[in-house]
Design a protein. Structure first.
Lengths: 318, 271
């Protein structure tokens, strides 16, 4: 039902977006992250299917209403929508922390209902919106080691994963620190590292860029780019439309627990979708608005805007 | 009448170096002072010091002078500070009392503690909920809100205290773009109508561009850049300071870096 009303949800139409080609700002990504060894074969990322999922919290709040969503291996999907539209609830279904009131979630066609949350955690890693719900260890390194250890990883492999994960988020120098001596933004990066270290084929990131400065934002974009390069599926919830447009190939828009738009950044941030975006209290990225003002077509990113502007007949070069 | 910091240097108890090295700033009633800076540059510490929480509540060592309306913060008892300064923490979960069953009670918790008449508390709660656009959340359980809703409730609970100064540590970090715009407008209105001085820490420079009168940018505990908001936010050094410039400024920079002119059609405000 959620699918039927959304113009971008035509799966064939999305085909070109499924390629796991890296995001547009790869130059930023590559320059700020030493390449972590790839340990995840693309083929291990599962198909994720949400089949008519509804979820109602015990206090009666209906957070999801009949959500149908299929996410292919290696897809880069951003989930956006107004506060309270059900995004975090959806994320918690993906790793089994919440189970649907009605409907099914399938991994590679298999209903996860009977699957213990620990088994699901091997496939789907979730970084919480609020890092303080996630962090508990007395040392940064122990925090990051906890996940792999729980997955049965031992010895030098754990150390290597901790090193690589801390390196990816720029916290190598803090390995011996207490997590609560780090500021909020770095605790968020630590929470991200602790999920990265599990090397799950699916990464779910709940608002990864909030509270980050320019450098922290670049770190997060780099993490997404590297994971994409490894063929992992990355699903992020975000209000940061620039991050969404630059790093993701597919944008799912939620409103009041339903999916109302589903398509590429070009489609979702294109002028034809603006009314629907505004109805769910979102605004397209500035580059898209500027591109529309100049009649340049769909320019959801600065890169696309500059390219389109450069091809505009008679546009002066300074 | 102002919050004034002069040559402020502050070190947390047990810390190897000061979190604030040298900070001078002034927040006048009715003004919005934006604070930007890279992570760990001292923004949150600045909030705690300006509001008198540090060293008063969290300890540590303060040098220089931090005054609220002429009185050194170290000489103001904590309960009296609450009348002067409303402090919104970065993490909304830290803010909520965890003792109330509804959002309405949560927002009323502070005013009740001020010993106000019930009718005044009720009036303030509705005003605060309306100001941040969450009247519909009034009957909800504060523990069962989304991240952004929780942040709006935390902000409303500070507004309901009607302090003379509001010190807000990233009040829009979890909000959707519309929520961010709404809070921005609400804060500008609160400053103009109630005469509150607002110290606003924000990574979202769009918000500062819209409502801040002045902006200071911190680097490693010192003020690296200060001045009128428009000038500071257009300064090319901003990126070096770890601050993402407003989208318009960033796009113009990208266009010029590609050797293209910035289109005249975009000169006036859009978006």
């Amino acid at each position: 039902m959620a699918d039927s009303g959304s113009p971008g949800s035509d799966r064939a139409g999305n085909g070109s977006t499924r390629a796991s080609s890296a995001p547009t700002d790869l130059s930023v990504a590559r320059s700020s992250v030493s390449s972590a060894p790839s340990s995840v074969a693309p083929s291990t990322a599962p198909y994720i299917e949400l089949d008519g999922i509804s979820f109602t919290y015990p206090d009666g709040t209906r957070a999801l209403e009949n959500v149908d969503l299929r996410i292919d291996p290696g897809e880069l999907v951003a989930i956006v929508g107004q506060n309270g539209s059900g995004k975090s609830t959806l994320a918690r279904h993906l790793n089994g922390l919440l189970r649907p009131t009605t409907g099914r979630m399938l991994l590679d066609g298999r209903d996860v209902r009977g699957l213990h949350v620990a088994r699901l955690a091997e496939r789907v890693g979730l970084a919480f919106q609020n890092p303080d719900r996630q962090l508990f260890a007395g040392r940064v390194s122990a925090e990051v080691a906890f996940g792999p250890h729980n997955l049965g990883v031992r010895g030098a492999e754990v150390d290597e994963r901790v090193r690589a994960a801390l390196d990816a988020v720029g916290l190598s120098a803090e390995a011996a620190s207490n997590p609560y001596d780090l500021g909020y933004s770095r605790r968020k990066l630590l929470a991200l590292a602790s999920v990265l270290a599990m090397r799950t084929p699916v990464l779910v990131l709940d608002e990864p860029t909030t509270g980050q400065d320019a450098r922290g934002g670049a770190r997060v974009r780099a993490v997404v780019a590297v994971a994409a390069g490894e063929g992992r599926t990355v699903i992020a919830i975000s209000h940061d439309m620039r991050f969404v447009a630059e790093c993701f190939r597919r944008v799912v828009v939620m409103r009041a627990g339903r999916v109302i738009l589903d398509g590429t950044p070009d489609v979702v941030f294109g002028e034809a979708s603006w009314d629907e975006l505004r109805a769910t209290y979102l605004a397209p990225p500035f580059a898209a608005v500027a591109g529309a003002r100049l009649g340049l077509g769909a320019t959801p990113t600065a890169l696309a805007f500059v390219a389109a502007l450069g091809q505009r007949p008679g546009h002066a070069r300074s | 009448m102002a919050i004034e910091l002069s040559a402020v240097r502050y070190r947390y108890a047990g810390a190897s170096r000061p979190a604030l090295q040298s900070v001078d700033l002034r927040l006048d009633p009715g003004r919005v002072l934006g604070v930007a800076g890279a992570n760990e540059s001292g923004k949150t510490t600045l909030c705690l010091v300006a509001g008198g929480f540090a060293p008063g509540v969290v300890g540590g060592r303060l040098e220089g002078s931090a005054r609220i309306d002429g009185a050194e913060t170290t000489s103001i008892p904590a309960h009296a500070l609450a009348l002067h300064c409303g402090l919104l923490f970065q993490n909304p979960a830290t803010q909520l009392s965890n003792t109330t069953a509804t959002v309405f009670e949560e927002v009323g918790f502070g005013p009740c503690n001020l010993g106000l008449a019930v009718s005044e508390v009720i009036e303030r709660v509705w005003w605060a909920l309306k100001t941040v656009g969450i009247e519909d959340l009034a009957p909800r359980d504060p523990a069962r809100l989304s991240g952004g809703q929780g942040q709006l409730v935390a902000l409303a609970s500070v507004l309901a205290l009607r302090p003379r100064y509001l010190i807000l540590d990233e009040p829009t970090s979890e909000l959707d773009p519309a929520g961010t715009a709404l809070v921005g407008e609400a804060l500008a209105r609160v400053a103009a109508e109630t005469g509150a001085g607002i110290l606003l820490v924000e990574h979202k420079t769009e918000v500062l561009a819209r409502i801040a009168d002045e902006v200071v940018v911190l680097r490693e505990g010192s003020v690296a850049l200060a001045g009128p908001a428009a000038a500071v936010l257009a300064d090319s050094i901003l990126a070096e300071l770890g601050v993402e410039p407003p989208a318009r400024v960033a796009l113009e920079r990208d266009v010029r870096a590609a050797g293209l002119d910035w289109p005249a059609a975009l000169a006036e405000g859009i978006g």
